[in-house]
Ligand binder design. Structure first.
Ligand code: FE2
Length: 218
């Protein structure tokens, strides 16, 4: 990828990578308080000090990027999740996690209005198979950016920590189904599905864990 392309991608991503100040409030401990207000959908705004900026990943390193690896959706997908960027609800327990990134085409162009649907286990490794706790879908903005507010999922027997996601273009029936992982987890070694190409670039901003991942659609 040319330097111009790198710069363009960095500019595209800056807004999405910055954590709004509202997100940093009320995060004094690793666990959320028993009653935490739902964080409304927000358009990412630069933090005043710019401290939460994440560096671009190496996702688009040449002109012919491989599409993101597909993985099984597993047994716990439920269609019809609510439209929301924040999966946090009153009473949600766990370390807060913000995942940001881009949806890109195979030639490294941002895909606006792409649909991302996320679902995951809670901090105890349990899925809500009755309702839509920790499930939701959203669309990328015109620059292909997405932003998910949630909590770090718990591992469960046989699986390391992971997020499930489906990504599709607007008005397309083709769906990328995959999973995102946390690098450095001991359980990654024993999980047959773990793939390092699906590991997020993780960091932290105060007590909030951050993850960065760019999806490349075929
Ligand atoms: Fe799972």
């Amino acid at each position: 990828m040319s330097p111009d392309e790198l710069n363009r991608r960095e500019m595209l991503f800056r807004g999405a990578a910055l954590l709004p100040a509202t997100m940093l409030l009320g995060c004094a401990g690793d666990e959320l308080p028993a009653e935490v207000p739902t964080v409304a959908d927000t358009t990412a705004q630069p933090a005043p000090d710019g401290s939460a900026r994440l560096e671009p990943t190496a996702a688009c390193t040449d002109d012919d990027d491989d599409p993101t690896l597909e993985q099984t959706e597993g047994p716990f997908f439920s269609p019809g999740s609510p439209l929301r960027r924040s999966l946090l609800e009153p009473g949600t327990r766990g370390r807060r996690l913000v995942v940001t990134g881009l949806v890109l085409s195979a030639n490294c162009r941002p895909v606006g209005r792409a649909v991302l649907e996320f679902w995951q286990a809670d901090a105890d490794g349990e899925y809500d198979n009755e309702g839509f706790t920790l499930r939701g879908h959203q669309r990328t903005d015109a620059d292909g950016r997405y932003r998910l507010e949630t909590v770090v999922p718990g591992a469960y027997p046989g699986r390391t920590r992971h997020l499930h996601v489906k990504v599709s273009r607007a008005r397309s029936s083709a769906v990328l189904t995959t999973q995102l992982y946390f690098p450095g987890e001991a359980a990654n070694r024993n999980d047959g599905l773990y793939d390092r190409t699906l590991a997020m670039r993780v960091g932290r901003s105060g007590r909030v864990r951050t993850g960065r991942f760019d999806f490349v659609l075929a």
